[in-house]
Design a protein around this ligand. Structure first.
Ligand SMILES: Cc1cc2nc3c(=O)[nH]c(=O)nc-3n(C[C@H](O)[C@H](O)[C@H](O)COP(=O)(O)O)c2cc1C
Length: 190
């Protein structure tokens, strides 16, 4: 049975992207699928720079995250939008994941890995520009990025007090996208 790793690229309290990731994690759990939901709060990493890597090696948190990527069949990432691209926290985390303990490039955690991208913002485009940048990044390092993304626009009114989507159509589309992503992941990991 496929296993999923979910995380948000925002550590902000009340984060819209974490809210979407929580919806996805709940839906996967409701479908009796195995989910490991993590917070990047628990994987704090220094700003990636080559001299820092030379000095510190691969931080333990990056080693743990790399292992989590390897141990799961599908990854779901919540991508906030900062100035039209992905935020520094997410880019920094993914950059560390692209390095080996020996300080060499190592894209093995990404290669052939199915990824579903979600994004939410208060704007009317819901972070789709950042999601597209993330899709390009992840495809470039070898992930199998699911073509449909879960985009939640107008975030201030998009969720009810339970953290569910207020728009029923979007709710149904979200469930369908998760199911289709699961089918793809199951085929790839079979
Ligand atoms: C530096 C910065 C740049 C931002 N740029 C955009 C943007 O380009 N498009 C957008 O829709 N929202 C933008 N926002 C608003 C974010 O979408 C909003 O702060 C959102 O709540 C961040 O995601 P989170 O709720 O998961 O933390 C920006 C916010 C910050 C702090």
């Amino acid at each position: 049975m496929a296993r999923y790793l979910t995380f948000s690229g925002s550590r902000r309290e009340g984060s819209f992207n974490t809210t979407v990731i929580n919806i996805v994690s709940r839906e996967l759990t409701r479908s009796n699928l195995q989910v490991t939901a993590i917070s990047l709060d628990d994987y704090e990493l220094p700003l990636y720079e080559q001299p820092t890597e030379k000095q510190l090696g691969l931080p333990e948190q990056a080693v743990e995250l790399r292992n989590l990527f390897k141990q799961h069949d599908g990854i779901i990432i919540g991508c906030p939008e900062y100035n039209g691209i992905l935020p520094p926290l997410l880019l920094n985390t993914l950059t560390w994941l692209s390095r080996s303990p020996e300080g060499q490039p190592d894209l093995s955690v990404f290669q052939g890995k199915p990824v579903l991208i979600t994004s939410s913002s208060p704007g009317s485009l819901g972070g789709i520009r950042a999601a597209a940048h993330l899709k390009s990044f992840l495809s470039g390092v070898g992930c199998v990025v699911y073509p449909e993304m879960i985009i939640v626009a107008n975030a201030f009114s998009a969720f009810n007090d339970n953290g569910d989507l207020t728009d029923e159509n979007l709710g149904r589309k979200t469930v369908a996208t998760i199911e289709q992503f699961h089918q793809l992941t199951s085929k790839i990991s079979a």
